[in-house]
Design a binder for this molecule. Structure first.
Ligand code: ATP
Ligand code: MG
Length: 353
């Protein structure tokens, strides 16, 4: 049976955190046996908010860190293709074709773009940032993906990719599958500050690569129920990020229920709740740490993973673009002119000889 295809990935803007894990990585690891998997290091997308030369200089090292995080989570390069977006030139071309299949007002309605601009301190929307979901559609459709495992903030982007695929198929013939979104069981993991999404740019993250002491420190400083000035005050569990993390990462469900009951009754201090959370998080992260150390000790391993994956993706991309150009009739524009010109040249040569 032919396997279906998955495409997803991340921008190489730094190390990956718990939000990336629950939003997308967990699904990737779970599904990598049943699907053909392509994981993109979306460095061209990084340019939409970080276009400076200093930012670009960081891409290579950030990509290495990110792929090490992938391997630590259990992504297996013998099963999944991990590749560098900017090294697959077909993406640029597909992006350009797609830009003509969607309108500016439609893109202006994509909710995440304004947040991204705001978080990056950008006042007026650059064309590239407005086109973020179009470029993402090119990523998704290049390997003709069926499924896109992402966090909640990316749901609206996959919708744009579906619309573009539909439009393309309608205008030129069936080339693309209509990709489906798959949001993780925690669609948006809250940040340690309790304010919103855990996000590198907001500095409210626990990294997958944080050591045990750092995790303890970050958890100790987490936002919790602000009206609890002492352990005797009845606390609120709902919407409390400390308990949200307990729910997601603490495998001892009886302990979590006990803490919740005592918290609501004013019978447990925040210190104990947080200490138990730090233990649970470290128990979750320990096997990742072991795997990371194992892979990090092999010099050049991540570079080779990215290199091999990119070559594999290039072959995939060439095949899709050949079909795209054929379906659109773009291939024959140049071919017709070239054939005629070559003909004329040949005749002239003959006449001259
Ligand atoms: P950050 O926002 O922390 O800077 P990012 O948004 O740059 O990270 P992306 O590359 O945009 O990271 O996202 C990679 C994937 O991880 C996407 O599928 C995104 O939805 C998911 N993701 C990122 N943060 C979270 C979160 N806090 N909860 C759930 N999913 C998340
Ligand atoms: Mg993001």
């Amino acid at each position: 049976m032919n396997k279906k295809t998955i495409l997803t990935g991340d921008r190489p803007t730094g190390k990956l955190h718990l939000g990336h894990y629950v939003g997308s990585l967990k699904n990737r690891v779970r599904l990598q046996d049943g699907y053909r998997c392509f994981f993109i290091i979306a460095d061209l997308h990084t340019l939409t908010t970080k276009p400076s030369k200093e930012d670009i200089e960081k891409i290579a090292d950030n990509s290495r860190d990110m792929v090490l995080d992938y391997l630590a989570c259990g992504i297996d390069p013998s099963k999944s293709v991990v590749y560098l977006q900017s090294a697959v030139p077909e993406i640029f071309e597909l992006n350009l074709y797609f830009e003509n299949l969607i309108t500016v007002p439609r893109l202006q309605r994509v909710p995440s773009l304004k947040d991204m601009a705001q978080n990056a301190g950008i006042e007026e929307m650059p064309l590239g940032l407005l086109g973020y979901p179009v470029l993402q559609a090119a990523d998704i459709l290049l390997p003709r993906a069926h499924l896109v495992p992402v966090g909640k903030d990316n749901e609206s982007h996959v919708e744009v990719a579906r619309e573009i695929a539909k439009r393309f198929n309608f205008l030129y013939g069936e080339v693309f599958n209509l990709p489906e979104v798959l949001v993780g069981d925690v669609p948006t993991l809250v940040g340690t500050d309790g304010k919103g999404k855990m996000s590198k740019s907001l500095g409210n993250v626990i990294y997958l690569g944080d050591d045990a002491k750092t995790v303890e420190k970050k958890v100790a400083g987490m936002y919790t129920d602000p009206k609890r000035i002492s352990a005797e005050v009845a606390g609120t569990v709902e919407g409390n990020p400390v308990f949200e993390y307990h729910d997601v990462f603490n495998t001892n469900k009886a302990e979590v229920e006990d803490l919740k009951t005592r918290y609501r009754a004013g019978k447990v201090g925040d210190v104990e709740v947080k200490q138990k959370l730090a233990l649970a998080l470290n128990a979750f992260l320990d096997p990742l740490r072991e795997r990371r150390d194992h892979f990090a000790s092999q010099a050049g391993l991540v570079d080779e993973v990215i290199y091999d994956g990119t070559l594999a993706m290039r072959a995939e991309a060439r095949a899709t673009l050949t079909e795209v150009r054929k379906a659109m009739g773009m291939a024959s524009v140049w071919n017709r002119i070239a054939r005629k010109a070559e003909d004329v040249k040949k005749k002239r040569e003959k006449a001259g000889s």
